[in-house]
Design a protein around this ligand. Structure first.
Ligand code: TMP
Ligand code: ASP
Length: 266
């Protein structure tokens, strides 16, 4: 068991604790859900467990195609051991289909399929409501340097390509999502690829995921817009990703018909 140290940081959906090994931390997924910059809040039992599993699966899959991430390993139902990074204060939003703030900001019709993926930068600052910023603001206020931003931009499009394909294979449209990156400690990193790590989480909290056929929402919009059971949506994503095997505290998915159990003959 990895001994949890003192609390380093508490965000809206996660807590970061110190871990025994230098340069590492424990990321704990809470059941808390917030929307519209904390104006709407709830505790949704089991959400943290599902996000821990889904994010572990997605970050490990990305690691297999050469994207370096902060994830070391999942250590229990709600926690993962991660490399401690200094988070770059930018939220990288990648959009494939117009919805959410994009449709409001520029009066783009909801559901418009974008000709090519659109990358937006938001300044990560809750009290300002994570405002949209331009590349020029990033340089002017030194949020990150040109080389780092160019590297991350390429990573964002690679991640989008991979995830779009992965979700398409399980009947889900990746509408948009948000990424965060961090800088690893210098003594752990030799190249840019070792230094700039994909951090935070990728889960239905940070993506918009629509069922390909029905366009039913399977992400945090269920909570934002009161569309029904958030847990059922997240469980559906986990089930399609084939990661709902182990016993969890989350109520099992309700199947409309009992599933047949095949008994192998010897
Ligand atoms: P938006 O349409 O509200 O700007 O959201 C774009 C995407 O970014 C959507 O997938 C949700 C995600 N997102 C976060 O993960 N955290 C946030 O704080 C915000 C505003 C959006
Ligand atoms: N994560 C942000 C909040 O908590 C915005 C959102 O996801 O809607 O308020």
């Amino acid at each position: 068991m990895i001994k949890k140290g003192k609390k380093l940081y508490e965000g809206k959906a996660k807590i970061l604790y110190a871990a025994p090994e230098k340069g590492t931390a424990i990321q704990h997924f809470k059941d808390d859900a917030t929307a519209f910059n904390n104006q709407k809040k709830a505790t949704i039992e089991g959400k943290g467990i599902l996000n821990n599993r889904i994010s572990e699966h997605i970050l490990s899959s990305l690691n297999q195609i050469g994207i370096q991430t902060h994830l070391i390993k999942r250590i229990n139902m709600r926690e993962q051991l991660i490399k401690l990074v200094e988070i770059i204060p930018i939220e990288f939003v990648i959009r494939n289909i117009a919805t959410g703030s994009l449709t409001k900001r520029l009066a783009i019709e909801e559901g418009t399929v974008l000709e090519k993926p659109l990358l937006e930068f938001c300044y990560k600052n809750d009290s300002l409501g994570d405002p949209l910023i331009a590349r020029e603001h990033i340089y002017a206020f030194n949020y990150c340097d040109v080389t780092t931003l160019n590297f991350i931009t390429k990573q964002c499009f690679r991640i989008n390509d991979f995830l779009q394909g992965m979700f398409k294979g399980i009947g889900i449209k990746l509408v948009d999502f948000k990424l965060e990156f961090g800088i690893a400690r210098k003594d752990q990193a030799n190249s840019l690829n070792d230094k700039i790590l994909l951090a935070d989480e990728i889960s239905p909290d940070t993506c918009r995921l629509w069922d390909s056929a029905s366009e039913k929402k399977l992400d945090k919009d269920i909570f934002r817009k009161d569309l029904g059971s958030l847990i059922e949506g997240y469980q559906e994503v986990a089930r399609r990703l084939d990661i709902l095997h182990e016993q969890s505290n989350v109520r099992p998915i309700k199947f409309s018909r009992p599933t047949a159990v095949k008994i192998k003959k010897k």
